[in-house]
Ligand binder design. Sequence first.
Ligand code: ADP
Ligand code: MG
Length: 230
Amino acid sequence: MTSTAVATDGLTLRDVVLTYPDGDRRLTALDAVSLRAVPGELTAIVGPSGSGKSSLLAVAATLLRPDSGQLVVAGQDTAGLSAKQATALRREQIGIVFQQANLLSSLTALEQLLAVAHLRGIRPGRARARAEQLLASVGLGDGKQHRRPHQLSGGERQRVNIARALFAEPAVLLVDEPTSALDHERGAQIIDLLAGITRERRTATLLVTHDHDLLSRADHLLQLTDGRLH
Ligand code: ADP
Ligand code: MG
């Protein structure tokens, strides 16, 4: 443990303020946001478009540094980290599922995961076994694993996206509007899948959405309005 380690797991934000340049002023996207996401629990944040949901996830993912406030990921205070150290922390501890699946169009479902393994220097044989098992665990059997994104439905693409985010066995799972491209039933299935993953893999899962209908599976529900959490 380094001197910046603190005795807490999961994800903690304390009084996080994030502003963006806005002409000659600053726009406050996150206004003193504090929250905890703990292992094995699904924390959901609902808020309308423009309320700061994606900004919140970008800070939690160490992709954006807040103007002020504290971010602790898996016991590690991120304040003193260099860009390189933040990248390492992100790779090892944080799984990110973006709104759009962001899959590479020329790769099969299996290859999307193997590409991550390659970047991480994992042995091909071991990587393949793990990728196959992960895809099966999100409901994509053998036949679907060899399909490219255009040969999969929106829900199936989102499952590949989720499996890929789990490859590094992250402590923290960040999910941005995972159901926005799906109909209600498929959206509900994806939320069920994420709730199951959270319990089985003990991830501290933080999910943001503007869709109130899909949140009955969340352990904690928070509301974001104009960058403020209630
Ligand atoms: P949401 O995901 O809830 O729709 P965002 O976090 O994307 O909200 O945006 C919050 C606010 O910050 C909005 O007013 C948006 O216009 C603004 N914003 C987001 N990203 C940027 C950026 N890169 N530069 C300037 N303003 C931004
Ligand atoms: Mg957004």
